[in-house]
Design a protein around this ligand. Structure first.
Ligand SMILES: Cc1ncc(COP(=O)(O)O)c(C=O)c1O
Length: 389
């Protein structure tokens, strides 16, 4: 019913992703937004709001709260308490505020690399000590090294941990058992968990995503749960995130920091878009998900056939594929240059997610199939030249 193949020109629209394309001609498959128009129900809600509403300061309406409650109960088996909701302008902003509110300068904060790069920047930017627990990589699969996780917590007196679930960029859906084991360690050592679950709707296989706060009331009390409609409905430019902070002390401290910076109220249009998405957007999202899954299958099959030297890490979640280029003897800057100059592709260079990502590239497949086909042709031709010249 929805046409995700419809071509769309983003170069003239101030798009971060496409801005360089006019000069470089490198197909942009990097930053995590999608080359698709918003769901028609969202467009209609925005048009109706602009044409009939006053765009003054907005409160969170009962309809908005109900829409969230319904989405999380229906699709995530999670019933947040009404008072836990805190709306901010973005997940990364929420993480920064949580760190400022709940940790002190010099406190150690843990992440598991390779991971979404603004985590590390936010931690060091706020003068917290960055501690990493690299994920374990074997046979194209990532797992958590929980022994090292606990050792790192004890050794550095870690105060907070930023969980990425599902995990960008390695595409893992963490199992309930993994999350239980990890949370038990955090509870034991009183580590606050900031759970970034922004990619929660993009589950590509049969594994279920587990909302961390559903594991137990104790874990919910220890967790700052960060969600947003921005990935699922391609609304990143509207700047909105819904955080659920069940612990009243943490919530009060979080809100104090918001007040300090006068971060108050929310973007009227973002609220309308989120409400429309969560009440009427599911049919659009279901078709989108099917389209993205078929894009992932297409890339997997294409690379297996034409570029077997490039290993594809299974994409259990997200629309970001994690590709292992180590067999090409390319890494870091060299890999990026080769992709850009020879294949004319702009992927996220794996090294930005941590040193352990240096042989990898992260490829955003949320685009028209025709764009991906062109990208795959360019990649296989560049590879053929590299192997045969
Ligand atoms: C794991 C993760 N968290 C947060 C964000 C950004 O969220 P926001 O724009 O709401 O700050 C992204 C965007 O790619 C992401 O992948």
């Amino acid at each position: 019913m929805y046409d995700f193949d419809a071509s769309i020109t983003r170069t003239a629209r101030d798009s971060v992703k496409w801005e360089a394309y006019t000069t470089t001609r490198e197909i942009p498959l990097w930053v995590a937004d999608m080359d698709f128009m918003s769901a028609p129900v969202i467009q209609e809600a925005l048009i109706s709001c602009v044409s009939s509403d006053v765009l003054g300061y907005a409160n969170l309406s009962k309809d908005y709260r109900d829409a969230l409650k319904d989405w999380f109960e229906r699709y995530h088996n999670y019933s947040p308490s009404p008072q836990s909701l805190v709306v901010v302008d973005g997940v990364v902003q929420g993480i920064a505020v949580a760190l400022e509110a709940l940790t002190q300068e010099g406190d150690a904060v843990l992440i598991q690399t390779p991971v979404y790069h603004p985590f590390a920047k936010t931690i060091t930017g706020l003068k917290r000590q960055l501690v990493t627990n690299p994920l374990h990589y074997e046979n194209q699969r990532y797992t958590m090294d929980l022994c090292h996780f606990e050792e790192a917590i004890i050794h550095n007196q870690v105060r907070a941990f930023i969980l990425c679930s599902p995990h960008n960029p390695v595409g893992r859906v963490w199992t309930k058992d993994e999350l239980l084991a990890l949370s038990a360690i955090c509870l034991k050592h009183n580590v606050i968990i900031i759970a970034d679950e922004i990619h929660h709707d993009f589950i590509m296989g049969n594994q279920a995503h587990t909302v961390l706060s559903t594991l137990s009331p104790e874990i919910a009390q220890q967790t700052i749960l960060c969600t947003a409609p921005s990935k699922s409905f391609n609304l990143a430019g509207l700047k909105i995130a819904n955080l659920f902070i069940e612990n009243p002390q943490y919530r009060a401290r979080f809100k104090n920091v918001l007040q300090r910076y006068h971060i108050s109220g929310s973007n009227t249009l973002a609220l309308k878009a989120c409400e429309a998405a969560y009440t009427q957007g599911r049919p659009w999202f279901d078709e989108l998900l099917a389209y993205l899954k078929s894009n992932i299958r297409y890339v997997e099959e294409y690379l297996a056939l034409h570029c077997p030297q490039i290993q594809v890490i299974p994409t259990e979640a997200t629309y970001l594929m994690w590709l292992d280029f180590s067999q090409l003897d390319l890494s870091g800057e060299g890999l990026d240059l080769w992709l850009r100059q020879e294949a004319k592709l702009w992927l996220n260079n794996g090294i930005i997610f941590g040193e352990d990502g240096k042989n990898f590239g992260r490829m955003n497949i949320a685009t028209q199939r025709s764009t991906l086909e062109l990208a795959m042709t360019q990649l296989s031709e560049a590879l053929r030249r590299r192997l045969h010249d």
